[in-house]
Design a protein around this ligand. Structure first.
Ligand code: GUN
Length: 293
């Protein structure tokens, strides 16, 4: 079994980007910029946004974060997005989800200029992805495809079984991997919570992608010998021995499944760090395109 070290690959990608940013800054005096907007007090969202900001700064990007109060009105958020659509110093706009209930999330996502949609959540980006055109790909699925690529894991003709159908992971990763392209061209099955017999599907997977948000759902009896296992789950489970009283585990029973898998991503340190690396990659692409570099 080989461990897929997402932390290491993410670091490589961020270093590659830093070199490109340094070179471009010396030549043109310009650097990529990312603005993140967060509304409310969700602690997990604050941690994620803090990590994104740190990664941006380390790679030499311009980074700004707006922390808006929970009671921010939809119109105020729309006005801020509009301001950054016009601001030439910022090439990517990220509005951290979820938003408070009184704000219509899709209205905000629609308001982001597709040219700055580095999350790849705008329906324009989603549509282009589905029809196989180049666009911004959502960062977590993009990170999964990049990991498979960098570990030389063949996808052409392989049966990929995705467990989970979220707009952020399941649906986009299934779409990306079925395209008739390099590092894709797979036969893809998408399963979800309504599947009557999940095991029947997962046992057929050459590559299993678990993104359903249920701790240790995927057990060793559910996978084929030699399968590649990608675990996107981030689940808190109680742990009396941990300082905080909990630990983070994936959707896969790592201890048992890793005995049968040919490759597997750990949690933490697998897919997670790739999300931020690909966000920087998308922001750099937006910068290059916008500045004609
Ligand atoms: N919430 C959870 N994941 C993400 C993400 O990748 N982008 C944004 N904007 N919000 C999220």
């Amino acid at each position: 079994m080989q461990l897929i070290d997402g932390k290491k690959v993410a670091e490589e990608i961020r270093n590659e980007l830093k070199l490109k940013v340094d070179e471009t800054r010396e030549k043109t005096g310009k650097i990529p910029g990312l603005v993140a907007i967060i509304v409310g007090e969700d602690p997990a969202s604050k941690v994620y946004v803090g990590m994104k900001e740190k990664a941006c700064r380390e790679a030499g990007f311009n980074s700004r974060v707006h922390y808006l109060p929970q009671e921010t009105k939809e119109e105020e958020l729309l006005a801020l997005v509009e301001e950054y659509n016009k601001d030439e110093n910022f090439h990517g706009i990220l509005v951290q989800l979820p938003l408070p209930k009184h704000i219509d999330e899709s209205k905000i996502v629609y308001a982001i200029s597709p040219a700055k949609d580095v999350d790849g959540f705008h329906p324009f980006s989603v549509g282009k992805m589905v029809i196989g055109q180049d666009t911004f790909f959502p960062c977590t699925p993009f990170g999964i495809v990049e990991l498979l690529k960098r570990y030389n894991i063949e996808t052409k003709g392989k049966h990929v079984v995705v467990v989970g159908r979220s707009n952020i992971v399941g649906k986009p990763v299934a779409n990306m991997l079925l395209q008739k392209k390099n590092n894709a061209n797979a036969v893809v099955t998408v399963c979800h919570s309504a599947a009557p017999d999940l095991k029947k599907f997962t046992l057929q997977a050459d590559i299993l992608i678990a993104a359903i948000g249920k701790a240790n759902l995927i057990t060793a009896d559910m996978i084929k010998e030699g399968a590649v296992v990608i675990d996107v789950g981030v689940n808190r489970v109680e742990d009396a021995n941990a300082k905080k009283g909990y630990k983070i585990v994936g959707d896969v029973d790592f201890a048992e499944v890793s005995r049968k898998a040919s490759y597997i991503t750990p949690v933490p340190g697998g897919v997670g760090p790739m999300t931020i690396a690909m966000l920087l990659s998308n922001t750099y692409s937006a910068f290059k395109k916008n500045e004609n570099i």
